[in-house]
Design a protein around this ligand. Structure first.
Ligand code: ADP
Length: 234
Protein backbone atom coordinates (compact mmCIF):
# COMPACT_ATOMS: atom_id res chain seq x y z
CA UNK A 1 0.00 0.00 0.00
CA UNK A 2 2.59 2.57 1.15
CA UNK A 3 6.13 2.33 -0.13
CA UNK A 4 8.92 4.77 0.65
CA UNK A 5 12.49 4.38 -0.59
CA UNK A 6 15.33 6.27 1.07
CA UNK A 7 12.96 9.12 2.00
CA UNK A 8 14.70 12.24 3.29
CA UNK A 9 13.31 15.41 4.77
CA UNK A 10 13.50 17.96 7.55
CA UNK A 11 12.85 21.57 8.42
CA UNK A 12 14.33 24.06 5.96
CA UNK A 13 17.98 23.16 5.68
CA UNK A 14 17.97 21.05 8.87
CA UNK A 15 17.82 17.38 7.82
CA UNK A 16 15.93 15.08 10.22
CA UNK A 17 15.04 11.99 8.16
CA UNK A 18 18.15 10.36 6.73
CA UNK A 19 16.76 7.71 4.39
CA UNK A 20 13.54 6.00 5.46
CA UNK A 21 12.60 2.84 3.58
CA UNK A 22 9.19 1.61 4.67
CA UNK A 23 6.58 -0.71 3.23
CA UNK A 24 3.16 -0.82 4.89
CA UNK A 25 0.70 -3.27 3.35
CA UNK A 26 -3.09 -3.34 3.38
CA UNK A 27 -4.32 -4.85 6.69
CA UNK A 28 -0.91 -4.16 8.26
CA UNK A 29 -0.50 -2.12 11.43
CA UNK A 30 2.99 -0.72 11.84
CA UNK A 31 4.13 0.95 15.06
CA UNK A 32 7.05 3.39 15.18
CA UNK A 33 8.92 3.52 18.47
CA UNK A 34 11.75 5.83 19.39
CA UNK A 35 12.93 8.26 22.01
CA UNK A 36 11.92 11.91 21.96
CA UNK A 37 13.43 13.94 19.17
CA UNK A 38 14.29 10.94 16.94
CA UNK A 39 12.04 12.05 14.06
CA UNK A 40 8.74 10.20 14.61
CA UNK A 41 6.43 13.20 14.12
CA UNK A 42 8.67 14.48 11.31
CA UNK A 43 8.27 11.13 9.55
CA UNK A 44 4.46 11.30 9.70
CA UNK A 45 4.53 14.92 8.44
CA UNK A 46 6.77 13.85 5.56
CA UNK A 47 4.43 10.94 4.71
CA UNK A 48 1.47 13.36 4.69
CA UNK A 49 3.39 15.90 2.59
CA UNK A 50 3.44 18.66 5.20
CA UNK A 51 7.21 18.63 4.80
CA UNK A 52 8.68 18.30 1.31
CA UNK A 53 10.87 15.30 0.54
CA UNK A 54 14.48 16.34 -0.04
CA UNK A 55 15.33 12.90 -1.40
CA UNK A 56 13.91 9.45 -2.04
CA UNK A 57 10.44 8.43 -3.18
CA UNK A 58 6.98 7.78 -1.78
CA UNK A 59 4.13 5.88 -3.43
CA UNK A 60 0.67 4.78 -2.36
CA UNK A 61 -0.90 1.78 -4.09
CA UNK A 62 1.64 2.21 -6.89
CA UNK A 63 0.91 5.93 -7.42
CA UNK A 64 4.00 8.13 -7.04
CA UNK A 65 3.21 10.88 -4.50
CA UNK A 66 6.75 12.06 -3.76
CA UNK A 67 5.97 15.62 -4.90
CA UNK A 68 2.23 15.58 -4.06
CA UNK A 69 0.85 18.19 -1.67
CA UNK A 70 -1.08 17.19 1.47
CA UNK A 71 -4.56 17.62 -0.08
CA UNK A 72 -3.48 15.53 -3.08
CA UNK A 73 -2.22 12.80 -0.74
CA UNK A 74 -5.51 12.95 1.20
CA UNK A 75 -7.40 12.53 -2.07
CA UNK A 76 -5.16 9.59 -3.00
CA UNK A 77 -6.06 7.88 0.30
CA UNK A 78 -3.76 9.01 3.10
CA UNK A 79 -5.48 10.08 6.33
CA UNK A 80 -3.61 11.80 9.18
CA UNK A 81 -4.54 12.33 12.82
CA UNK A 82 -1.84 14.66 14.16
CA UNK A 83 -0.70 14.90 17.75
CA UNK A 84 -3.14 17.00 19.77
CA UNK A 85 -6.02 15.88 17.50
CA UNK A 86 -6.84 19.33 16.02
CA UNK A 87 -10.61 18.96 16.04
CA UNK A 88 -12.72 22.12 15.67
CA UNK A 89 -13.71 22.93 19.30
CA UNK A 90 -16.58 25.30 18.46
CA UNK A 91 -18.22 22.99 15.94
CA UNK A 92 -20.43 20.12 17.07
CA UNK A 93 -19.31 16.53 16.77
CA UNK A 94 -21.63 16.12 13.73
CA UNK A 95 -20.18 19.26 12.08
CA UNK A 96 -16.63 18.05 12.75
CA UNK A 97 -17.49 14.78 11.01
CA UNK A 98 -18.97 16.66 8.04
CA UNK A 99 -15.66 18.56 7.70
CA UNK A 100 -14.03 15.13 7.27
CA UNK A 101 -16.24 14.44 4.25
CA UNK A 102 -14.65 17.17 2.10
CA UNK A 103 -13.75 14.55 -0.52
CA UNK A 104 -17.42 14.00 -1.26
CA UNK A 105 -19.99 16.21 0.49
CA UNK A 106 -22.83 14.70 -1.58
CA UNK A 107 -22.54 11.39 0.29
CA UNK A 108 -21.60 12.90 3.67
CA UNK A 109 -24.61 11.63 5.64
CA UNK A 110 -24.19 8.04 4.44
CA UNK A 111 -20.42 8.20 5.09
CA UNK A 112 -20.93 9.54 8.62
CA UNK A 113 -23.56 6.87 9.40
CA UNK A 114 -21.17 4.15 8.20
CA UNK A 115 -18.25 5.49 10.23
CA UNK A 116 -20.37 6.00 13.36
CA UNK A 117 -21.17 2.27 13.46
CA UNK A 118 -17.65 1.91 14.84
CA UNK A 119 -18.01 4.75 17.35
CA UNK A 120 -21.08 4.16 19.56
CA UNK A 121 -19.71 6.61 22.12
CA UNK A 122 -19.77 9.45 19.55
CA UNK A 123 -23.34 8.69 18.49
CA UNK A 124 -24.53 10.00 21.84
CA UNK A 125 -22.47 13.20 21.52
CA UNK A 126 -23.36 14.38 18.01
CA UNK A 127 -24.82 17.75 19.02
CA UNK A 128 -22.14 18.59 21.62
CA UNK A 129 -19.35 21.05 20.75
CA UNK A 130 -16.11 19.19 20.04
CA UNK A 131 -14.30 21.24 22.67
CA UNK A 132 -16.62 19.97 25.45
CA UNK A 133 -15.54 16.34 24.90
CA UNK A 134 -12.97 14.59 27.11
CA UNK A 135 -9.48 14.08 25.66
CA UNK A 136 -10.30 10.46 24.83
CA UNK A 137 -13.59 11.37 23.15
CA UNK A 138 -11.78 14.03 21.10
CA UNK A 139 -9.29 11.39 19.99
CA UNK A 140 -12.16 9.14 18.88
CA UNK A 141 -13.69 12.12 17.04
CA UNK A 142 -10.39 12.90 15.29
CA UNK A 143 -10.08 9.26 14.22
CA UNK A 144 -13.72 9.12 13.04
CA UNK A 145 -13.32 12.39 11.12
CA UNK A 146 -10.20 11.01 9.43
CA UNK A 147 -12.12 7.86 8.44
CA UNK A 148 -14.85 10.01 6.84
CA UNK A 149 -12.25 10.79 4.15
CA UNK A 150 -12.30 7.08 3.24
CA UNK A 151 -8.53 6.59 3.58
CA UNK A 152 -6.58 3.50 2.52
CA UNK A 153 -3.79 4.34 4.96
CA UNK A 154 -4.01 6.25 8.23
CA UNK A 155 -1.17 7.92 10.08
CA UNK A 156 -1.70 8.36 13.83
CA UNK A 157 0.58 10.47 16.03
CA UNK A 158 0.48 9.33 19.68
CA UNK A 159 -3.20 8.40 19.80
CA UNK A 160 -3.11 7.48 23.51
CA UNK A 161 -1.49 10.70 24.72
CA UNK A 162 -3.39 11.96 27.76
CA UNK A 163 -6.41 9.69 27.40
CA UNK A 164 -8.08 7.24 29.77
CA UNK A 165 -7.29 3.48 29.44
CA UNK A 166 -10.90 2.49 28.59
CA UNK A 167 -10.74 4.65 25.46
CA UNK A 168 -7.30 3.24 24.55
CA UNK A 169 -8.98 -0.19 24.53
CA UNK A 170 -11.77 1.17 22.32
CA UNK A 171 -9.23 2.57 19.87
CA UNK A 172 -7.45 -0.79 19.67
CA UNK A 173 -10.77 -2.60 19.03
CA UNK A 174 -11.90 -0.06 16.43
CA UNK A 175 -8.63 -0.16 14.48
CA UNK A 176 -8.57 -3.96 14.49
CA UNK A 177 -12.16 -4.02 13.16
CA UNK A 178 -11.37 -1.48 10.44
CA UNK A 179 -8.29 -3.41 9.41
CA UNK A 180 -10.45 -6.53 8.96
CA UNK A 181 -13.45 -4.85 7.35
CA UNK A 182 -11.81 -2.25 5.08
CA UNK A 183 -8.28 -3.63 4.73
CA UNK A 184 -6.95 -0.40 6.21
CA UNK A 185 -3.19 0.08 6.56
CA UNK A 186 -2.07 1.95 9.70
CA UNK A 187 1.23 3.60 10.60
CA UNK A 188 1.31 4.94 14.13
CA UNK A 189 3.77 6.66 16.40
CA UNK A 190 3.28 5.75 20.05
CA UNK A 191 5.17 5.68 23.35
CA UNK A 192 2.74 3.32 25.12
CA UNK A 193 4.39 -0.06 24.56
CA UNK A 194 1.39 -2.10 25.75
CA UNK A 195 -0.82 -0.28 23.26
CA UNK A 196 1.71 -0.93 20.49
CA UNK A 197 1.89 -4.63 21.38
CA UNK A 198 -1.91 -4.98 21.51
CA UNK A 199 -2.32 -3.49 18.05
CA UNK A 200 0.74 -3.80 15.86
CA UNK A 201 1.89 -6.49 13.47
CA UNK A 202 5.39 -5.11 13.79
CA UNK A 203 7.22 -2.30 15.54
CA UNK A 204 10.01 -0.36 13.84
CA UNK A 205 12.60 1.40 15.94
CA UNK A 206 13.68 4.86 14.80
CA UNK A 207 16.89 6.51 15.98
CA UNK A 208 18.13 9.89 14.70
CA UNK A 209 16.00 9.73 11.56
CA UNK A 210 16.77 6.16 10.46
CA UNK A 211 15.20 2.79 11.26
CA UNK A 212 17.61 0.77 13.39
CA UNK A 213 15.56 -2.32 14.14
CA UNK A 214 12.28 -4.18 13.98
CA UNK A 215 10.42 -5.95 16.77
CA UNK A 216 7.80 -8.67 16.32
CA UNK A 217 5.33 -8.06 19.18
CA UNK A 218 4.15 -11.68 18.94
CA UNK A 219 7.67 -12.86 19.80
CA UNK A 220 8.64 -10.19 22.33
CA UNK A 221 6.70 -9.25 25.49
CA UNK A 222 5.93 -5.61 26.30
CA UNK A 223 8.07 -5.94 29.46
CA UNK A 224 11.05 -7.05 27.37
CA UNK A 225 10.57 -4.17 24.90
CA UNK A 226 10.29 -1.72 27.81
CA UNK A 227 13.56 -3.07 29.24
CA UNK A 228 15.30 -2.38 25.93
CA UNK A 229 13.94 1.17 26.00
CA UNK A 230 14.58 2.03 29.59
CA UNK A 231 13.20 5.53 29.27
CA UNK A 232 9.86 4.19 28.04
CA UNK A 233 7.14 2.92 30.33
CA UNK A 234 5.54 -0.48 29.73
P1 ADP B 1 9.85 12.88 17.83
O1 ADP B 1 8.49 12.92 17.24
O2 ADP B 1 10.57 11.58 17.62
O3 ADP B 1 9.89 13.30 19.28
P2 ADP B 1 10.36 15.10 16.04
O4 ADP B 1 10.08 14.51 14.71
O5 ADP B 1 9.33 15.98 16.66
O6 ADP B 1 10.77 13.94 17.06
O7 ADP B 1 11.71 15.94 15.95
C1 ADP B 1 12.88 15.44 15.30
C2 ADP B 1 13.94 16.54 15.26
O8 ADP B 1 13.45 17.62 14.48
C3 ADP B 1 14.30 17.10 16.63
O9 ADP B 1 15.68 17.31 16.65
C4 ADP B 1 13.55 18.40 16.69
O10 ADP B 1 14.24 19.33 17.48
C5 ADP B 1 13.52 18.83 15.22
N1 ADP B 1 12.32 19.63 14.93
C6 ADP B 1 11.05 19.29 15.22
N2 ADP B 1 10.18 20.24 14.79
C7 ADP B 1 10.94 21.22 14.22
C8 ADP B 1 10.65 22.47 13.57
N3 ADP B 1 9.39 22.92 13.43
N4 ADP B 1 11.71 23.20 13.11
C9 ADP B 1 12.98 22.75 13.24
N5 ADP B 1 13.32 21.58 13.83
C10 ADP B 1 12.33 20.82 14.30
Amino acid sequence: MLETRDLRGGYGRVPVLHGITLEAGAREITGILGRNGMGKTTLLKALMGELPATGGTLALAGQDLTRARPHERARAGIGYVPQGRQIFPFLTVAQNLRMGCAKNFATAEATIARVLQHFPRLQRLLEQPGGSLSGGEQQLLALARCLCGDPKLILLDEPTEGIQPSICDEIVETLLQLRERDGLAVVLVEQDIEFLCALCDRILVIDKGVFTGAIDPRQTSSEEIARQFTDFHA
